[in-house]
Design a protein around this ligand. Structure first.
Ligand SMILES: [Zn+2]
Length: 67
């Protein structure tokens, strides 16, 4: 696990050796843990930054409804 900073400025803990895939758009994501202990999917942008996958998933609206 390592701590990285997302584009929005929040820090999360993530194991970058364990990539996963978004069930909606099939992009590569990582499951990260926020400071408040929530699991959140993040993904790497083309520029090499990490951000919440909710921010760039084309299916984010659907995704959010599920949970
Ligand atoms: Zn997605």
């Amino acid at each position: 696990m390592e701590t990285i900073k997302l584009l929005g400025g929040s820090e999360v803990q993530v194991d970058l050796s364990k990539p996963s895939w978004c069930g909606s758009c099939a992009n590569e994501i990582y499951w990260a843990k926020t400071k408040s202990g929530k699991n959140t999917p993040i993904s790497k942008t083309e520029q090499g930054f990490y951000e919440s996958h909710f921010a760039n998933c084309p299916f984010a609206k659907k995704y959010r409804k599920k949970r």
